[in-house]
Every structure is written in C-alpha cells, then in structure tokens.
Design a protein around this ligand. Sequence first.
Ligand code: PLP
Ligand code: COI
Length: 340
Amino acid sequence: MAKKDIDWGNIGFEYRVTDKRYVCNYKDGKWEEGGLTTDPMVVMSECAGVLQYSQSCFEGLKAYTTKNGDIVCFRPDLNAERMYDTAKRLEMPPFPKDKFIEAVHEVVKANADFVPPYGSGATLYIRPYMFASSPVIGVKPADEYQFRIIVMPVGPYYKGGLKPNVVKISDFDRAAPHGTGHIKAGLNYAMSLYAGVKAHEEGFAENFYLDPATRTKIEEAGGANIIFVTKDNKLVVPKSPSILPSITRRSIVYVAEHYLNMQVEEREVFLKEVPDFVECGMCGTAAVISPVGKINDHGKEICFASGMETAGPVITKLYETLTGIQMGSVEAPEGWIHKI
Ligand code: PLP
Ligand code: COI
C-alpha cells in the first residue's frame, strides 16, 4: 500500500481525519457487533449523558513501523485493561478486552498507509474512547454508549521533543483524594484545562501537580507520569493512589531493572527532595520520555544537573531502549509487541 503524502517529520500532535474509524454501540444491555466506518461524524441526542454530565473516558496508544517494515502496537492489552477499570469506575459498561484488542488491530490495519515510516520521527496515535450517548437529565448513568477508535499520525507532544522542558508546580489539583485521578476519565482533563492554559501563557511546557491532600508530594504532570534519577543512578518514580498508572512508566521501570540493571524505587516523592535528583523526565504514550531541565516552584527554580541543552545520560538510555523495543531494534519482553 502506498503511504499517504504527508511531511512526516514536521507534523504536530493534532487531530487529522484518516480513512477509517471503528464504532461499536452499547444498547439493550449489550455491545453490538461493531465495525469500521468512513463517517467521521457522531450524531446523538441533545441530552446525551456525555453532554450533560461528562460521562466519557478514553485511552491512548501508538502503532509504529519497525525497522523491518512491520506495523506493531505497544502493549494494547494494558490499554484494554485500564479502559475496563476506568469504565467500571464511571458506571459505564466495560468494553470486552479481547474485542478492544481486535478493534485496535482492525482500525490500524485499515489505516496502514497513515502509519508513519520507520525513522520519520512520527507515529500513529490510536485513541479509543467511550461516551454516554442516550439522554439523561437526572444525574445517573446513561443506558446507551458508543465505543469508538480513531487514529492519526502525530509528531512530538511537547514542542521541544528531546530538548529539556521547563515546567511549573501547579497551584491547582488535577484530582481529588479518593477521586478519579487513577482512571482515564475525560473529566480529569476538563478539570486541568484552566491550569494548563495558564501554565502555557506563562511559558511553561506543563504543570507538575502535587498530592491533593497534603500538597507536599509530587504526583504527575497534566498528560504524563514523572520519573527522576538520583546521583547514585537509581530510578525514582512517584507512587500515589491519585495518579494514572502509566503504561509507559510501568514499561520504563521494567526496562531500568532488566535492561539497564538499575535499582528502582517506587515511592512517595516529596517536593523538598526534588533538588537532590540529577535528571527528571515526563513519560507517557504521547510524551514518550520528555526530559525536564527545570521546575519552577513559585519563582524558585529547581535546576537539574542534566541542564537545558540535552537529556541526561540515564533518560537518554531509557529513551533509546524503550523506543528501540517499540520500533523493533531492541528485543522486546514477551508479549509487549502486537503485530498488525
Ligand atoms: N498521566 C496522565 C495524566 C496521562 O494523561 C497519561 C497519558 O496517557 C499518562 C500519565 C501516561 O500514560 P501512558 O503511559 O499509559 O500513556
Ligand atoms: C496519551 O499519552 O495517550 C494521553 O492520553 C495524554 C494526552 C495528554 C494526549
């Protein structure tokens, strides 16, 4: 199949209409068969649950062209599982995990000519999502839902790419204690828009959020988890019940332990100990691993030893190993790569 005529090296992280999308409806207490369609529009009741009470959730994963020309997805089973858990917490009917993986497979295959070539710097972003489509006016779960998967080629999420970013400690919280921070609910992102726009206006790439109960611990970024490296070469990752269990972060922990022989600490990380770390990065499907050079804590700057020119040596090694696994130049652990 001929690849689309796209300037792969210069695309941003933006919506783009591709040829096919997967749609499956939930009605009368069950998921219908589902399948591909060319129609990019959604028509539903003016009173749909998603429009009134934001009953919606989503996932994000990527497809890559490997060195030898295969198209692969990275750990779609974990996205299927996380979306299942998210749906349950939002009183939505969970989408069957096997069907999720099959749907991802089908929609990527149908848009194969949009999967950026190996080495182009771009990847195919896959966005599964689900929303309440039937009317509700009293506050309650809807009766009908739509599950959909769209795909689009994307470039780097943070403008700097591998250039270190400057972030700020946010004055706002993205999640409440005992709330929905650990699931991928659309409402979490609606809540973060105000803080995100403010941070961008002030020139920061992202917000780092603190734990909502005590505001003394580092939680995560608006669209990514956070990793730190200590002076003695340990990886430290914040652990909290209100952060999203990032698939990229879980993969990095494995890579650090099993490929780079590093010690890993998954624990609470206090803001006051952050100046002791030598490297910092944001990690996620969209973010991949994006280095952080500086954190602004209300005017006080925390500068990492790795500086503002390039990513530090450990983050670089983690980035190379992880993307090597995703793109087929480094051998992957069993079950991580789903071939299309
Ligand atoms: N944290 C937040 C708030 C996110 O939106 C994302 C993106 O999915 C992540 C972390 C990273 O998760 P993953 O690595 O599974 O993409
Ligand atoms: C992802 O990385 O898939 C996300 O959903 C993050 C989002 C901020 C684009």
